[in-house]
Design a protein around this ligand. Structure first.
Ligand SMILES: *Cc1c(COP(=O)(O)O)cnc(C)c1O
Length: 400
């Protein structure tokens, strides 16, 4: 079956929730993917910050094969070795003490919200509201959606969403004003991804930590996109010199195999008792083996430290383009290899042109080109992208 027929069948058999370009991805290797027609693309989206090791890293593939032959799944009715080893690694890397495994970002945010509420229940306190940021993104399930500050996602479901409290990102006074006795936690992406790479200020995060301490509420960091090395540190909270009470991760954790986790301090984690939370697939041996391999490779290849350097190189190059096309480019910002280029107009045409030129990029919040390349990206591949962007900016007549 070739491209055209597959796409027809997609329209016929799949719910039409995604709009995608007319090509079908077939295989990948390192930074590159190929479609069914054999066209090659350099990938600067990385499966939305998932393929940190690029495509088909041999050690990751080997670990998955090995575990698949041994034990793919056994449910959480039983212990399994990879789950326990992975939990230990995550605890050693992070500020948390105990881990719960889920299968996706939204699911672990749900779990983190439940844990926060349970923590206060244990103290006979009825705190059931979450403070979240405008323009945040925490996932599409009911609880996570209730904390996602974007009307376009919440709109049709407001009737079934719990009433959480929206505040302004980087505005501590707005958070202070929202705190009351019903609030259990503040949930925040230290770097907002989906809404166009917006970085929380030092002042704001420090202020949040102090406020949460003072008011006795929990601070939950959603590091699903920015965690696990992408910003040049294992976790983004490490840039701020503070620690969250609960940390959620997912996207790149399994190197492409679906897995997420929330990690909490002991005194909070211990409020979950047997039966309080659960999931069939969460932390299954195959996903955990992939995640263990992924974390080991990050260390062995020193990818996190290199990510910082490459990110600086990348941003410098993008800033070069900004100087060349000041009428088209507003700002370049980012941390490590989580990089955004804000345009003065919508960016969808640029994404399309780049695709034609064999480069995959993404546009967030309509006017921010978002780059989340695999952490294995090389300078020469960044140069290649910059060359293509240069050509596209030169050619394109944006309707400015
Ligand atoms: C992607 C993302 C989520 C949701 O993850 P899913 O696996 O799509 O449910 C939540 N929070 C952030 C910050 C994300 O980037």
């Amino acid at each position: 079956m070739k491209t055209k027929e597959l796409i027809e069948n997609e329209k016929k058999y799949l719910m039409q929730t995604y709009s995608r370009p007319a090509m079908v991805l077939d295989k990948g290797g390192e930074m590159k993917v190929w479609d069914l027609e054999g066209k090659q693309y350099y990938d600067f989206i990385g499966g939305i910050a998932v393929n940190a090791l690029g495509y088909s890293h041999p050690k990751l593939v080997q670990a998955i094969k090995h575990q698949a032959e041994k034990l793919i799944h056994c449910s959480n009715l039983f212990y399994s070795e990879p789950q326990i080893i992975l939990a230990q690694m995550l605890v050693e890397f992070s500020c948390g003490d105990k881990v719960f495994f889920g299968n996706s970002g939204a699911e672990v945010n749900e779990g983190a919200i439940k844990l926060a509420v349970k923590y206060f229940k244990e103290q006979n306190k009825d705190k059931h509201k979450i403070i979240y940021m405008k323009n945040s993104f925490h996932g599409r399930t009911i609880g996570a959606l209730a904390a996602t500050g974007q009307y376009k996602y919440q709109n049709d479901y407001l009737a079934i969403l719990p009433k959480f409290k929206e505040v302004i990102f980087n505005d501590l006074d707005s958070v202070k004003a929202a705190v009351d006795e019903e609030v259990a936690a503040v949930l925040i992406e230290p770097i907002q991804g989906e809404s166009g790479i917006k970085i929380a200020t030092q002042e704001f995060i420090k202020g949040l930590r102090e406020l949460c301490n003072k008011e006795g509420i929990l601070l939950i960091f959603d590091e699903i996109q920015c965690g696990l090395g992408r910003t040049g540190k294992m976790f983004a909270y490490q840039h701020y010199g503070i620690e969250p009470d609960i940390l959620t991760i997912a996207k790149s954790l399994g190197g492409g195999i679906p897995i997420g986790a929330f990690i909490a301090k002991d005194k909070i984690a211990s409020s979950f008792k047997p039966g309080d939370h659960g999931t069939t697939f969460g932390g299954n041996p195959l996903a955990c083996a992939a995640a263990i391999a992924n974390l080991k490779i990050l260390q062995e290849e020193d990818l996190i430290r290199k990510c910082q350097k490459k990110g600086e190189y990348f941003k410098d190059k993008l800033k070069g383009l900004k100087e060349k096309y000041p009428e088209k480019i507003e700002e370049v910002r980012g941390l490590g290899l989580m990089v955004g280029m804000e345009l003065k107009e919508e960016g969808q045409d640029i994404v399309k042109k780049c695709l034609e030129e064999g480069v995959l990029i993404n546009c967030a919040a309509k006017n921010v080109l978002r780059f989340l390349p695999p952490l294995i990206v090389e300078e020469k591949e960044i140069d290649y992208l910059i060359g293509i962007l240069d050509k596209v900016f030169k050619d394109i007549n944006l309707c400015f």
